[in-house]
Design a binder for this molecule. Sequence first.
Ligand SMILES: CC(C)(COP(=O)(O)OP(=O)(O)OC[C@H]1O[C@@H](n2cnc3c(N)ncnc32)[C@H](O)[C@@H]1OP(=O)(O)O)[C@@H](O)C(=O)NCCC(=O)NCCS
Length: 205
Amino acid sequence: MTQEQLQIEHDDIQHKLQAHIDNKQKELICKIKVTMDSKYADEIAAVMNDAYKDDWTGPQSFKTCDRTNKEDIINMMRSQPNNGAFVLLMDGHERIQSLFFVDFNNVNSQRVMGLHMLSVPKKLQGRGLGSLLMTLSDITAETCSCSSIELTVISQANLIKDMYSRKGFVEYGTKPWPESYISHIQDEKRSEIYFYMMRKTIKNS
Ligand SMILES: CC(C)(COP(=O)(O)OP(=O)(O)OC[C@H]1O[C@@H](n2cnc3c(N)ncnc32)[C@H](O)[C@@H]1OP(=O)(O)O)[C@@H](O)C(=O)NCCC(=O)NCCS
């Protein structure tokens, strides 16, 4: 159970992350929160929509709507209460500064962590919070005895894919955009868009 295990390991994960937070980030980040509580749904949706704004609704975007909304997040929390959790970086006023979602799955007797929705709001981008989230993701996978981390990147986002490569992820395949999301893409772009699947091996497992 993802959330339960993350709650158990919370203090250890937070302690390990401290060493990676620089002085400027300490002004922004105070603690980690692991949650599937719907009281955070509105704020999670706002942070994600802000982070993904250019890709999803900007003038050059290939999609037609916001990345998510409060109802989607609540549905997600209700539909997989045991198999996933939001990991939030919070400031001293209990405001979310950045986030990701993780789930744990058993694949060929190995424990694999899925990393999703890595989000840093626009005004905080470029200050190392994305890298800090990825360090937090590594620490989380390691502490929870996962052998690897897997994620998907949309085919249009080559620069993000390069960023993941620099963080140790390797492409291992592609997959189509899910049917349920197809209406979010402009008609003329549908055939061009797919996902890269990427994986990073965790050393100490
Ligand atoms: C991707 C994202 C999390 C990076 O956050 P950030 O706080 O700006 O990242 P950092 O300042 O820590 O920079 C991390 C690295 O990513 C690179 N980078 C940051 N934003 C980037 C972008 N939009 N495109 C390409 N590279 C980017 C930086 O150059 C840096 O590279 P380096 O580690 O080799 O120096 C943030 O831009 C975001 O939320 N984007 C929208 C959501 C998204 O696309 N998420 C990924 C889904 S797969």
